[in-house]
Design a protein. Structure first.
Length: 424
């Protein structure tokens, strides 16, 4: 079994393991793909309850290497639904299928989708420079960085997880206004790391800027715009940009349990003085920010993310041409270099291409097109994938910081291996 443990084994035992049978979860949405037949389609044995993927997650949970929810759905109907661990240890609340998790960067695609919607409404253009919409940026940024660059992580701007870009991680903001002011200061003091359009480098700060553009162009706050134009039409009733007080008080929301250097895990929301060791920028704490933003930390559930996939594919969020634009790869993404002192990550031959789209990753795996995004914070690891060619959706939501890549790989093989073999 692939090891997904942190470098030091947590000393905490398994808190709860509560698998939920698929029969207990209703149809995620009232409508499946408009072009889908009435047949449920092939249910792959590795994706079924008791299959390879299910057993893999169960073993991780038994070893206290996973706490959270996984869901596999085909045309909106759940095939595998499992929850393990505790959403709140102090109050003894277990994780459930509809538990709400901080998505971390897995909510960045909502920011990008909002931008594409505004382009569809002819309220902005992808080729326009940043200075067309926002003020206060240095000339080298305002006059050269385009909306397209920001959407594709080719703008040359920074990321708080990298050394030197981490100047606001220690701050605790206590209101929406304070959080927005903090972000404005952070984005305005950026300097270009390379000429826009010449290189791909993941940039959370670039996505923060896009969130600010959404607010400026739409005339709504970023949070209100996403609610009104994405969450509401997709019927994502539990999804929102919750504030830290809501994170503390709402029993539906999972608390993030950050791994610490002594092998313990601490509740990040209740311990703002504690910092990440594994899942986020060193020393960071996701709960220090009062509310999420264009750069991430929207909240959602596994069923809501399936509803998002259905709404996107059924034309509820974008017209057909702009849906194609949003779900298509724009530029190839080179492999990340290995971390200092570590060997290169093994290459999965099923992973054929890595492509960056407008806010989403659009890989080709086992001959299938996928769109999605992952996220990682201290005390959280998330990923959602839409399998465009076969109408599957996979969701992984954890309130542990862990290496999520092996879990994603198991999910993708469970969904695509049968199709890949039958086409050979």
């Amino acid at each position: 079994m692939t090891d997904t443990r942190p470098s030091r084994r947590s000393t905490l035992g398994l808190l709860a393991a509560a698998p939920l049978t698929v029969g207990a979860l209703p149809l995620v949405s009232g409508t499946a793909r408009a072009d889908a037949s009435a047949s449920p389609g092939p249910i792959l044995k590795d994706a079924r309850p008791g299959g390879v993927y299910d057993r893999f997650i169960a073993q991780l949970a038994a070893d206290d290497q996973f706490s959270g929810t996984v869901l596999l759905a085909h045309r909106g109907r759940p095939v595998l639904a499992r929850s393990y661990g505790m959403a709140d240890r102090e109050k003894k609340i277990p994780n459930k299928i509809d538990t709400i998790y901080n998505l971390a960067s897995a909510s960045k695609p909502f920011t990008a989708l909002a931008i594409v919607q505004l382009a569809q409404q002819r309220k902005l253009r992808f080729h326009e420079k940043l200075g067309t919409y926002l003020d206060g940026f240095p000339d080298e940024i305002a006059g050269t960085v385009t909306v397209h660059h920001l959407l594709t992580h080719t703008a040359g701007m920074g990321d708080p997880s990298r050394p030197g870009d981490n100047s606001s991680e220690g701050r605790i903001t206590n209101s929406i206004e304070e959080r927005l002011a903090d972000l404005r200061q952070l984005t305005r003091r950026q300097k270009l790391e390379f000429a826009p359009g010449t290189k791909h480098a993941y940039s959370s700060i670039g996505m923060e800027v896009l969130g600010e553009i959404v607010a400026k162009v739409s005339g709504q706050t970023f949070v209100d715009y996403v609610h009104d134009h994405i969450f509401a039409p997709a019927k994502m009733t539990r999804s929102a940009y919750y504030t830290r007080p809501q994170w503390l008080s709402d029993k539906r929301i999972a608390h993030p349990y950050m791994y610490q250097s002594d092998g313990s895990r601490v509740d990040a929301v209740r311990n703002l003085d504690k910092g990440a060791v594994l899942g986020g920028a060193p020393g960071s704490n996701p709960a220090r920010a009062f509310i999420g933003s264009g750069g991430g930390s929207g909240f959602s559930t596994a069923p809501d993310l399936v509803r998002f996939a259905l709404a996107l594919q059924n034309g509820k969020l974008l017209e057909s041409a702009y849906t194609q634009l949003y779900t298509s790869g724009r530029i190839p993404v080179p492999p990340l270099p290995p971390l200092p002192g570590r060997p290169p990550a093994p290459v999965d031959p099923a992973g054929q291409e890595a492509l960056q789209g407008y806010g989403v990753l659009t890989p080709i795996f086992n001959g299938q097109r996928i769109i999605g995004h992952g996220g990682g914070i201290g005390g959280g690891a998330t990923n959602w994938s839409i399998y465009l060619d076969t109408d599957w959706v996979g969701v992984i939501l954890s309130n542990y910081d862990l290496r999520i890549e092996p879990i994603i790989s198991k999910e993708r093989h469970a969904v695509t291996d049968h199709t890949a073999q039958s086409s050979r």
